[in-house]
Ligand binder design. Structure first.
Ligand code: DX5
Ligand code: ZN
Length: 245
């Protein structure tokens, strides 16, 4: 049975919106997060970069701790670091609910998956634009989320790479074939212009930084707008392909 779209409030939407604080006004992080929370954000996305895996340095554990104190929303930590392992348990202790590690940064992803699960959090595997999805196949049944990067990670406000759409479609087909509950998330260049097509392709968690925090319409409206176009996309794909969420 197709999902019910008659509701308007965010909690029951099949689309999850995750504002990325990389584009937030960090001098006013508390009020920005409160606005995102009241605006219907489903989770907060925190990008940790080490200057090696990507050519940028961003946040560390103290920022995760601060965000945890401000909001009750789930916290998704996206690790763009060469050695994710050392951060996993400390992040879960600080309140991360999901940790995304890059498949390109893991020699032994199974071990890291077990570590995160044993620590009590969910695990996502992030995949760079040039990395084929088949690299995730051996561990696909063990992960909670696949995170398709739709830009080369490192910086906010880059142009969405349309090649990520076929990867999202592939991730969605795999999910159906495996009858899996794992979430399909997309990160990079997501906004009102791209939200529709990524939802049609299969994404259900949309991570957006600049389109939310730098929107001239404000955080709340930006979240609603992205959710609206994505829900429209989802409705379209259900109507045309007889899919489920
Ligand atoms: C990019 C980060 C993203 C970033 C997205 O490397 O992983 O989470 O915040 O920013 P936008 O939405 O502006 O592309
Ligand atoms: Zn990210």
């Amino acid at each position: 049975m197709p999902p019910d779209f008659s509701h308007t409030h965010e909690g029951s939407s099949p689309i999850r919106i995750a504002p990325s604080i990389l584009s937030a006004d960090l001098g006013n992080l508390e009020s920005q997060l409160r606005e995102a929370e009241h605006g219907g954000a489903d989770e907060i996305h925190i990008d940790i970069m080490d200057g090696h895996f990507v050519p940028n340095i961003t946040f560390g554990l103290p920022v995760v701790e601060a965000v945890r104190r401000i909001t009750k929303l789930p916290i998704d930590v996206h690790l763009m670091v060469e050695e994710p392992e050392v951060l996993l348990e400390p992040l879960v202790k600080l309140g991360a609910t999901t940790i995304d590690i890059h498949i390109e940064a893991c020699e032994d992803p199974k071990r890291l998956i077990t570590l995160v699960h044993n620590a009590g959090a969910q695990i996502g595997i992030a995949v760079n634009p040039e990395t084929p999805l088949k690299n995730v196949t051996p561990i696909a049944s063990e992960i909670d989320r696949i995170l398709v990067m739709s830009v080369h990670p490192g910086f906010p406000a880059q142009t969405f790479l349309s090649s990520s759409l076929s990867k999202l479609r592939e991730a969605y087909t795999d999910k159906l074939a495996m009858n899996s509950q794992r979430e399909i998330a997309v990160d990079g260049g997501i906004g009102p212009e791209t939200g529709n097509s990524v939802a049609i392709a299969g994404a259900r968690t949309l991570i957006a930084g600049s389109a939310i925090f730098a929107s001239s319409h404000g955080i709340k409206d930006a979240i609603s707008h992205i959710r609206q176009v994505a829900e429209e996309g989802l409705r379209e794909s259900i109507a045309s392909r007889n899919l489920t969420t």
